[in-house]
Design a protein around this ligand. Structure first.
Ligand code: CU
Length: 386
């Protein structure tokens, strides 16, 4: 009886893989999956444990270690096909080290789109969590779990943040826009550019200080942020893109699943599918077993947008039956708020675009897409629950 039961349990774990085209998978299914929570859903004891692991990792030089790798490989792991696979592997590596300190550590993510209207007012950026803007002429951070830290990479300096807009930050990107990107990203290049140059870039740029530098892993927000970016990639993968990787590599060759991840020298195929090999994590909002029903946001979109707007900006949601609605697995905090028009997102200053040697034409076209989206939604009378 026990044998039969464990066979059934193993089959249940392997089952999600059958729902996606899976001929590419050569690694074993994980025997157990752990769940990365949204940071604000962590319990007080989980947060206490997390803070003590982070302090120990700082004491032992791990912040400097990860900052140095990210800095050394910066030019190869951004604006190329390495962006998603490298950062998935990198966050996993961080989490692996942290779990060596305490096996109960899981890397949380920050759903930044929840706080997109007024990011500076996010509870995440308060003294109870990761702290807020830096103080004084060096913008040293004085509150939160990294308060008063001295960072050693690339040289001794206080841990700093320097929020844009005189410390107020400015609107980031709405959950609706990220959903639209996921639904409209028909190739890895399109999807990657849209994520990298919108939400990804704006958080680094707007927070300033260490997070703005090539050694951004000095700020633990890096891990929260990239876990969230990884979650968005997973959402896209679950939309018929599990094995989509074609995109330009840093050496201008076309990437395949056997292309190595920068620095790690392991094939990209090893990190593609959560639930296999070393990728034994899932995100609280997006369990590996796919949701069989619309999300709260998708139902809001179906119920409030005219068909032409819906099919232009949300081609996947447009095809969903409204009747498929069911209670969401994790309650959508944003959905309980009164609706308002979507604000236009922050743009990158042109000189910054140039100094980062990103292609200004691409940046401009993506920022225009984000503005056109807001215009179309607001013209349709859409009220964002967030
Ligand atoms: Cu990076």
């Amino acid at each position: 009886m026990r044998l039969i039961f464990s066979f059934l349990a193993a089959a249940a774990i392997a089952l999600p893989a059958l729902s996606v085209a899976n001929a590419q998978q050569t690694q074993p299914a994980c025997s157990s999956i752990y769940t990365r929570p949204e940071i604000l859903s962590m319990s007080a004891s989980q947060w206490t444990l997390t803070k003590s692991v982070l302090s120990a990792m700082h004491r032992d030089g791990w912040f400097a270690w990860f900052a140095q790798i990210h800095d050394s490989w910066f030019g190869k792991i951004h604006s190329s096909s390495q962006f998603f696979p490298f950062h998935r592997r990198f966050i996993y590596d961080w989490e692996r080290v942290a779990r060596g300190y305490n096996g109960a550590y899981v890397q949380p993510y920050w759903d930044e789109t929840r706080d997109y209207r007024t990011p500076a007012l996010s509870q995440v950026l308060t003294s109870s969590w990761v702290g807020g803007n830096g103080q004084g002429s060096n913008f040293c951070v004085q509150d939160g779990n990294q308060a008063g830290w001295n960072m050693t990479y690339p040289s001794d300096h206080c841990f700093s943040r320097n929020f844009t807009n005189n410390g107020n930050l400015a609107p980031w990107y709405s959950p609706e826009y990220l959903q639209s990107i996921i639904e409209r990203g028909d190739s890895m290049t399109t999807f990657r550019f849209h994520v990298e140059l919108t939400l990804h870039g704006v958080v680094h740029f707007n927070m300033g200080g260490d997070l703005f530098q090539n050694y951004s892993p000095n700020d633990w927000i890096f891990m929260l942020h990239h876990a969230n970016i990884d979650r968005l990639w997973w959402q896209w993968q679950m939309n018929n893109h599990m094995w989509t990787i074609e995109d330009r590599n840093f050496d201008n060759t076309t990437t395949t699943l056997s292309t190595n991840i920068a620095y790690y020298n392991e094939p990209i195929s090893t990190v593609m599918q959560l639930g296999y090999g070393s990728m034994c994590h899932q995100y609280a909002s997006d369990p590996i077993r796919p949701q069989a029903h619309n999300s709260t946001l998708q139902n809001t979109l179906i119920n409030s947008l005219p068909n032409d707007v819906l099919s232009t900006w949300f081609p996947i949601t447009a095809k969903l039956p409204a009747a498929a609605a069911a209670p969401n697995i994790t309650p959508d905090i944003a959905a309980s708020r009164p609706g308002k028009p979507i604000p236009y997102p922050t743009q990158f200053p042109q000189d910054w675009v140039k100094t980062r040697s990103r292609d200004p034409t691409t940046v401009n076209s993506i920022e225009k897409d984000a503005r056109d989206f807001v215009t179309a939604m607001n013209n349709a009378g859409y009220k964002s629950p967030g």
